[in-house]
Design a protein around this ligand. Sequence first.
Ligand SMILES: NC(=O)c1ccc[n+]([C@@H]2O[C@H](COP(=O)([O-])OP(=O)(O)OC[C@H]3O[C@@H](n4cnc5c(N)ncnc54)[C@H](O)[C@@H]3O)[C@@H](O)[C@H]2O)c1
Length: 341
Amino acid sequence: MSNKEILVTGGAGYIGAVLVPELIGDGHRVTVLDAFLYGTDPDTDPIVHERCQRRRGDIRDFDYVDSALQEGGFHTIIHLAAISNDPSSELDPEVTRSVNLEAVEHLMHSAKRHGVKRFLYASSASVYGVKETENVTEDLPLDPITIYAECKAKGEATLNSLVDDSFVGVSVRSATVCGYSPRLRLDLTINLLTDQGLTDGRICVFGGAQMRPNVHVRDLSAFYRTLIDAPADKISGKAFNVSRENASVMSLAEMIRNELDPSLPIDTVPSNDPRSYHLCADAAREQLGFEPQRDLVTAVKELRDAYDAGQVSDSRSTVYRNVAWMKAHPDVWRIVAKQAS
Ligand SMILES: NC(=O)c1ccc[n+]([C@@H]2O[C@H](COP(=O)([O-])OP(=O)(O)OC[C@H]3O[C@@H](n4cnc5c(N)ncnc54)[C@H](O)[C@@H]3O)[C@@H](O)[C@H]2O)c1
């Protein structure tokens, strides 16, 4: 148990809604800084705890960020806030660059200036682009093919340029995340296919042969918690892949069908999606002793249980799908953008 001051940007999002309560459970004091974009709100947020402060703010508002860091005296920043996938990042490349790169670089510089000791950066396995190599390891060159991945890769470079003996920076190249979160996303491969099975009674696979790495959201949360106390010399200036398992999209669909109902039909639609890779997560295991504990079928079972328990109201709602939500509510995120500029 430890009791550090931790700032989690984007802490109201899918990963943050799982991570923040776990950090509080570990004994930390947590400040969530979030624009509360996806139907969430600081006043109704389920994470109510005396050691959790929620601040509605935009990371593009540099003065706001600087004063939050000045007041906070944070030991660690876990930076999750982002336009957080490829399709939503394509909607408005200018907004994406401002959130996913310019604001990130400012936050990193400001963190160092304000004496933050550790910066844990949510990068993504998408920074590798399309690789022919059998196992994608951290030492391979980064070849991002989307604006989302390009911003993540540039953010890593900025962080690495800032690390020194008093400022530890580490990048987390996570696989696609799966499983239930109080701020659920149903636009992530396993969650999406599971929702189709539960809501539509059939599963639709685009392509199917593409290899995709996946990790359970609580395992990713556990990895961030590991990094808070890991020895600086083992992590600083490094990037770690985090993944439980690589599988083709079709085999994921079959796993989900077998778990939910073996008679569910699986439809296939041709796809020219070039993103296919086999992520190697050995470095986290060998260097940090980190082993994901949950297999992928656990995520499917937990999602089904959450649906059965009525925890997913109106599963067709755009609130569970970032790009659909952003298209449906352009005023909200464009207003947020204007306020910040
Ligand atoms: N979910 C995945 O599969 C996955 C995989 C790899 C990396 N990541 C990265 O992990 C991080 C978290 O992902 P997630 O799935 O929780 O995403 P999410 O979209 O659920 O959460 C992102 C949060 O950031 C907030 N946000 C967006 N723009 C903001 C701004 N300008 N200022 C302040 N807050 C803002 C949103 O309100 C939201 O709460 C992201 O950086 C994402 O790129 C996610």
